[in-house]
Design a protein around this ligand. Structure first.
Ligand SMILES: [Fe+2]
Ligand SMILES: [Fe+2]
Length: 495
């Protein structure tokens, strides 16, 4: 343990010595000037606190590390600058003690000290015309969120959240770690933006009080016939995940789909608080949905107190389950949990999946389904394919003409063509790279047809893009952050 602690302290020292945090104050001033626009202050309470639990006494320690440490670091890198600048405004925090917003009207703001955000804000789709914005604090005090379209305020809400005691610390509660998951009382706040216009761009602003404002934007779910882009990223581990996130942010996806293994407790520098900060360039600009990976189950109720508490209820059925669905641009996206419930034909998840596929086939508003889950069943990489899952799912996907199945888990890139279905393994988000050919010789001997069906392979870190045109043609591309290069492309016409 002493060696681990020494490593963490050395890592922090290295960052300080290299000046990664040195211009924090400069960045605050710059973004303060850029971000301040008018806010009005009437309030309307809304939101859904159904995923939050008991009201427990507030934590005494409110000195949560400011998000600015990581944000300043991001802004100093070239890719970070691209993500924050080219994709519109990013989050901003003014100097403490501000009493007015610079909207030209001199409106007064709540001058109480700003409330620190421990995670988020982050966006998720709730329906065809509904998006929720969430963030975590250590207070039940509601914060004002306004929604704007074409520079006009179109909605205003106060967030709601209930404190919940989190007793575990991931990893150990080591004060030398910059963004650790501390035990304490935390509240997941939420507001919902409903009645959105299909395919339109919106901006949101969150007032943290005292003049501190967070900002971001998103595009409401596109209607069938409107083009859109989905970004895929999976297996995001410190430190390479940061460059993969910045690469994807620079590609400006309308929505982001994470394939699971969101963070790794096996890496003592990974934390949930830290990974949410690294995801910031994505979370502020697009709804982000997460499949469940095996590393979401790493001991001490991690799945319940992080995945379910923070992300549960996402998707357009308000799913409290570990699998969910959403619709964007006439395409149904089915996010499965490949860790359980896909090994037998009669599980709730399998029944739900069949029902979803049938509805897609019958609905004139839906073109087809794209499926994503963590554990691939066509791969030659380190983790061998689960053949039972393959036997259940592949016939279904073939029957319902699913054009593309995305997976992660094996930390490399592979693409197969099986019965006209593109099976993609992209676990390249930053976790330690695996050899995609680890079992190639074995498959050559036992399954030569599968070897012939593998059409692309790559070892670099990065992400994938799914571009949908108005006619439903799907273009898959895979990108490495080293050199910002495209390394694979497949065009899939609508069947
Ligand atoms: Fe995994
Ligand atoms: Fe992984």
């Amino acid at each position: 343990m002493s060696l681990l602690r020494s490593h963490r302290r050395n890592n922090l020292k290295i960052r300080l010595q290299t000046g990664q945090y040195a211009s924090r104050r400069l960045m605050r001033c710059r973004l303060f000037l850029r971000c301040f626009v008018g806010l009005s202050m009437t309030s309307k309470t809304d939101g859904d606190a159904k995923n939050n639990q008991s009201n427990i006494e507030q934590a005494a320690d409110m000195s949560v590390a400011t998000p600015w440490t990581r944000r300043a670091f991001l802004a100093q890198s070239a890719l970070g600058a691209a993500a924050l600048g080219l994709w519109g405004v990013g989050g901003c925090t003014p100097p403490m003690g501000s009493e007015q917003v610079g909207d030209g009207g001199g409106k007064e703001v709540d001058t109480r000290p700003p409330i620190a955000l421990t995670k988020g804000p982050y966006l998720q789709l709730m329906g065809l015309n509904e998006v929720r914005l969430r963030f975590e604090t250590q207070s039940e005090d509601g914060l004002e969120v306004t929604l704007h379209q074409a520079a006009k305020e179109v909605a205003k809400q106060m967030s709601q959240g209930k404190l919940q005691k989190i007793e575990a610390a991931f990893p150990a509660d080591d004060p030398s770690l910059e963004r650790r998951d501390r035990p304490g009382d935390y509240a997941v706040h939420e507001v919902r933006f409903a009645s959105l216009k299909a395919g339109e761009h919106y901006e949101w602003r969150l007032s943290r009080r005292g003049g501190a404002v967070e900002e971001g934007s998103f595009r409401a779910p596109a209607a069938k016939g409107q083009p859109f882009r989905v970004g895929w990223i999976s297996d995001t581990m410190y430190p390479q995940h940061e460059k993969s996130v910045q690469l994807l942010a620079g590609k400006k996806p309308d929505i982001v789909w994470h394939g699971g293994d969101i963070q790794y407790q096996t890496n003592f520098l990974d934390t949930w608080e830290g990974v949410f900060q690294v995801f910031e360039p994505l979370l502020r600009k697009a709804p982000m949905h997460f499949c469940v990976g095996n590393h979401e189950y790493e001991g001490l109720d991690e799945f319940e107190i992080f995945y379910t508490r923070l992300l549960g209820g996402h998707g357009d059925q308000g799913a409290a389950n570990d699998y969910h669905a959403f619709t964007y641009g006439g395409v149904r996206f089915l996010a499965l949990n490949s860790e359980e419930g896909v090994d037998k034909d009669d599980t709730p998840q399998m029944k739900w999946l069949k029902d979803e596929l049938m509805k897609v086939e019958q609905s004139p508003d839906l073109m087809y389904a794209v499926v994503g889950f963590h554990r691939p069943y066509y791969t030659f990489g380190r983790s061998k394919p689960p053949l039972g899952m393959r036997a259940l799912l592949h016939p279904l996907f073939k029957q319902y003409k699913v054009p593309l199945v995305m997976s992660g888990h094996n930390h490399s890139y592979e693409r197969f063509d099986i019965d006209g279905i593109a099976y993609v393994v992209d676990g390249c988000g930053g976790a330690i790279g695996y050899n995609p050919d680890e079992y190639l010789e074995e498959f050559k001997a036992n399954a030569p047809d599968e070897v012939a069906a593998r059409r692309a392979v790559d070892r670099g870190f990065g992400c994938s893009l799914l571009d949908f045109d108005p006619k439903g043609t799907l273009t898959l591309t895979h990108h490495e952050f080293e050199g910002n290069k495209e390394v694979d492309r497949l065009v899939i016409p609508k069947a």
